[in-house]
Ligand binder design. Structure first.
Ligand code: EPU
Length: 335
């Protein structure tokens, strides 16, 4: 398990940005990980690289988590509990669940990245967040090398948030995630307009998890760029949540402002709409740009550096702030 020197990380991040790891090691089991944490004071853990923007070379040891394995912990007539190792690819795991008739993750089809990072930012799409299906997370404490279990409530999940991004940031490495999925009488979430349109087109009135997955895959392929074709990290910003005063002021000026009511005083506004209104949608600036079909997605046309992506992100933030008095927070982890 000797680290390799000077490894390019270009193929290990979905933005396809080049950065060099001075020392790099790929690990395939948790014991190896424990040995590394015992030896190294500092390290950078790389997983699927799908929510990551590298703006510099990395001096610390880069540990690439490639642990694999799926284990059926228990099952009964209605549910199955499955423990999955962190390095499993997310979408392949979702497809595996569908083949086994385990329901609950179909709305999260085609999200790039690995299982181990799914709880960190509580991935979500089309009315489902991964927190709704997680029972517990196993994590290695870097300071002690010990494995700990975090029950769902201990993860303090929120919109694209968890304790691992906040209070415990940098202190734990997630090693496995346990999901509770349905084996029968699946609870289908099809309230999202685009999903209903897809199902109606196919005359499907009682959708199965596989039908929902197929609809989600079609919708995502229609508007989100595939990182294999063009570098990106999905939504670059979070959808901002604003208070009533600001919401009312903006709505007076922009009558067609789309929004979701969260509570009496909290309104979520699609960042993609704000960015599009500022004229960025489909615009290219050298090697970076804003996707033509979804303004929330920044793209790398091939040779962009992380710094160029950040410069564009900051330009967007400044323009949106000036026009709407709304701050956009980056969703992507910038290193
Ligand atoms: N919109 C525009 N212009 C755009 C994009 C969006 O006006 O270019 C407006 C439209 O009004 C549209 C609304 O924004 O109806 C919502 O757009 P969309 O359904 O594409 O969803 P989103 O809010 O932009 C969020 C998640 C996505 C997730 C989708 C579907 C965040 C930051 N993003 O995007 O997650 O797939 O909903 O549930 O919450 C990700 O996190 O990487 C991601 C792709």
């Amino acid at each position: 398990m000797k680290p390799t020197r000077s490894v390019s990380l270009k193929n290990f991040n979905t933005f396809g940005v080049d950065a060099i790891a001075k020392r790099y090691v790929s690990i395939s089991d948790v014991k190896e990980l424990q040995e590394i944490v015992a030896l190294e004071k500092e390290l950078f853990v790389l997983s699927g690289g799908s929510n990551l923007l590298l703006t510099q070379d990395l001096d610390t040891l880069v540990v690439h988590l490639n642990t694999k394995g799926k284990e059926l912990v228990s099952s009964n007539k209605t549910h199955a509990k499955i423990k999955v190792q962190a390095g499993e690819n997310w979408h392949e795991f979702v497809l595996w669940c569908l083949e086994k008739n385990y329901g609950g993750l179909e709305n999260l089809s085609l999200i790039p990245g690995n299982v181990g990072t799914s709880p960190i930012q509580n991935i979500g799409a089309y009315g489902v967040e991964v927190k709704d299906r997680i029972t517990e997370v196993e994590a290695l404490e870097i300071a002690t090398g010990k494995l700990q279990i975090f029950q769902n409530k201990d993860c303090h999940f929120g919109y694209r948030e968890s304790v691992f991004k906040n209070k415990l940031k940098g202190q734990y490495i997630l090693t496995s995630v346990t999901f509770q999925l349905s084996t029968n009488a699946h609870q289908i979430e099809d309230s999202y307009g685009a999903i209903q349109e897809e199902l109606a087109l196919k005359h499907i009135f009682e959708p199965t998890p596989k039908d929902i997955s197929a609809a989600v895959i079609k919708i995502r392929n229609g508007k989100l760029p595939n990182p294999k074709d063009i570098g990106n990290s999905g939504s670059f910003f979070k959808n901002p949540v604003v208070g009533k005063t600001l919401f009312t002021t903006v709505q007076k000026k922009f009558k067609d402002l789309p929004y979701y009511v969260l509570t009496d005083d909290r309104y979520k506004i699609p960042a993609g709409w704000l960015i599009e209104q500022c004229g960025f949608k489909g615009k290219r600036f050298g090697a970076v740009g804003v996707h033509e079909k979804q303004a929330l997605v920044l793209v790398n046309y091939g040779s962009a550096t992380g710094k160029e992506v950040i410069a564009l992100a900051q330009k967007i933030q400044a323009t949106v702030l000036q026009r709407f008095a709304i701050s956009l927070e980056m969703e992507v982890n910038v290193i």
